[in-house]
Design a protein around this ligand. Structure first.
Ligand code: 13P
Length: 253
């Protein structure tokens, strides 16, 4: 059986200046000193990435970006390329976060293009999928549609550079976490989908995270589920102490 390395990622969304980012990193790093066997990632806004990248040189705490443009260069006002992200020290990028999909019009075609450009540039991608409350009864249809369209053209080798994050939209920023059982059920469905569209080895190797109101108080029971390989944390990742507690919950599994 493949051992999947857990990932705890903090998506800061539109929070923190470069100065505040520096303060956060200086507070968090000492708390991670004994962390091994877990990937820990912060995903600040673009304007903090350069400062964060300098502070994290040579450290095991990794850096990611919240989005990327699907072209590598050109007349795309306001957009950021994979090359720019890598130059700041990013090793990861989020693709298809529900806020990008719902608020900024990133449809599955755009998500697939972003995923491809990220992987072509040797960034690791975290592909976010999830359903709204009204789609909850049809969760399997929604997520398999997203996976089918977003992973178009991705072969089994390239798939190893992707982490999937299941984030039910009704649980994001609402304080309503999916129960560990519901999260486990959907995430194991995603793993079965990978097995049937790739193969069993790809499915067993695929790291799949849960996201949506993860807090120190509920992290342990979510991470204890056999198919949940980590967490994508929003609000609780903005405070170094609570983020470190979630990392600790992953260590104690
Ligand atoms: P919250 O943890 O604030 O619910 O946000 C989850 C999320 O969207 C992470 O990407």
């Amino acid at each position: 059986m493949t051992m999947r390395r857990p990932l705890i990622a903090g998506n800061w969304k539109m929070h923190k200046t470069a100065e505040e980012t520096e303060r956060f990193i200086k507070e968090l790093l000492p708390k991670l000193e004994n962390v091994e066997d877990i990937d820990v990632l912060i995903i600040p806004p673009y304007t903090s990435l350069d400062r964060a990248g300098r502070l994290l040189q040579g450290k095991s705490l990794q850096l990611g970006a919240q989005d990327v443009h699907y072209e590598t260069e050109g007349a795309f006002t306001g957009a950021i390329s994979t090359h720019m992200l890598k130059a700041c020290g990013c090793s990861y990028v989020l693709v298809g976060h529900s806020e990008r999909r719902e608020l900024f019009g990133d449809d599955d075609t755009i998500v697939a293009r972003k995923l491809n450009v990220a992987l072509d540039s040797d960034l690791k991608a975290i592909l976010c999928v999830g359903e709204t409350l009204s789609e909850h009864d049809l969760v399997e249809e929604k997520i398999t549609r997203q996976l089918t369209q977003d992973l178009t053209g991705i072969d089994a080798m390239t798939l190893t550079k992707i982490t999937i994050a299941y984030e039910p939209i009704w649980a994001i920023g609402t304080g309503k976490t999916a129960t560990p059982e519901v999260a486990q059920e959907t995430i194991s469905m995603i793993r079965r989908w990978i097995a049937s569209h790739y193969d069993e080895a790809a499915a067993q190797g695929m790291r799949i995270l849960y996201g949506g109101s993860v807090k120190p108080a509920n992290a342990k029971s979510l991470l204890a589920q056999p198919d949940i390989d980590g967490a994508l944390v929003g609000g609780a990742a903005l405070v170094a102490e609570s983020f470190a507690q979630i990392v600790d919950a992953a260590r104690l599994q």
